[in-house]
Design a protein around this ligand. Structure first.
Ligand SMILES: *[C@@H]1O[C@H](CO)[C@@H](O)[C@H](O)[C@H]1NC(C)=O
Ligand SMILES: *[C@@H]1O[C@H](CO)[C@@H](O)[C@H](O)[C@H]1NC(C)=O
Ligand SMILES: *[C@@H]1O[C@H](CO)[C@@H](O)[C@H](O)[C@H]1NC(C)=O
Ligand SMILES: *[C@@H]1O[C@H](CO)[C@@H](O)[C@H](O)[C@H]1NC(C)=O
Ligand SMILES: *[C@@H]1O[C@H](CO)[C@@H](O)[C@H](O)[C@H]1NC(C)=O
Length: 194
């Protein structure tokens, strides 16, 4: 099922690359949720950098040690009636395996690049205490291809011991992202012309 989606996605993106030369993935908003008993004191905010870029500053405290972290990563895209609809990616990733390089799911790698580059979620399991990210954003180079222009919701749900009972919802991070043509700063008039 996923491979068919990825194939369709791939050809769609191929044409997008040809027609959209200068695309940025601008973070518009962020929401973090905690689960009593598992996580607390979450603080997630956006910092504006320029017209084309904003970064995420995130903090959360784990109340229990996490040994077997699984995440569900879903991408949704806003449709013409302003509703978010599932957009091709809905994957379950064993993060502990990914962090210790035991699996290589394509979208696992995107999350891994973001977390390794911008956060202390950068070592093998287990995890405890303060988790944080500073200056996090979606660099266009993280994506194998360019997404179609529009508004997206990237929903990451974090779980402990998924499948093996008792599985537990630990928290969630939702990023709202606009895929848009980069806004070029106005150029100063060129005096040599006069
Ligand atoms: C969360 O914040 C409250 C109030 O500042 C503090 O008492 C508590 O220790 C904090 N919890 C954690 C796990 O950091
Ligand atoms: C850890 O989670 C994975 C699913 O992501 C599951 O297959 C595995 O059995 C779990 N391991 C333990 C020790 O719970
Ligand atoms: C993980 O991130 C922390 C905080 O940014 C940093 O101090 C540490 O060196 C990093 N560790 C690895 C293995 O990259
Ligand atoms: C993405 O990363 C490249 C290489 O590190 C850098 O040159 C570029 O400026 C980054 N993009 C943004 C939007 O910061
Ligand atoms: C994110 O996905 C989880 C289920 O995986 C769902 O419970 C939650 O409502 C979603 N969050 C948003 C903001 O859509």
């Amino acid at each position: 099922m996923h491979s068919i989606y990825l194939l369709l996605f791939g050809s769609y993106l191929f044409w997008s690359v040809l027609s959209e030369p200068n695309i940025v993935y601008k973070l518009k908003n962020i929401e973090c949720s905690t689960v009593p008993g598992f996580s607390a004191n979450a603080s997630c905010r956006i910092r504006a950098i320029n017209w084309n870029k904003a970064t995420a500053e995130m903090d959360v405290y784990l109340l229990r040690t996490l040994y077997n972290i699984t995440i569900r990563f879903q991408i949704l895209k806003k449709d013409y009636s302003n509703q978010f609809q599932p957009f091709l990616v809905d994957v379950i990733i064993n993060m502990c395996d990914a962090l210790s390089r035991r699996n290589f799911l394509p979208y696992g790698l995107i999350i891994l690049k973001i977390s390794r580059t911008f956060s202390n979620f950068n070592h093998s399991c287990p995890y405890r205490g303060h988790l944080m990210a500073r200056g996090a954003y979606l660099n266009e180079s993280f994506f194998p291809n360019v997404f179609p222009l529009g508004f997206y919701k990237l929903n990451t749900t974090i779980m402990e011991s998924y499948i093996t009972p008792p599985s537990a919802h630990v928290g969630g991070i939702v990023w709202y992202v606009q895929v848009m043509q980069a806004i070029q700063p106005k150029k100063k008039p060129n005096r040599d012309l006069y």
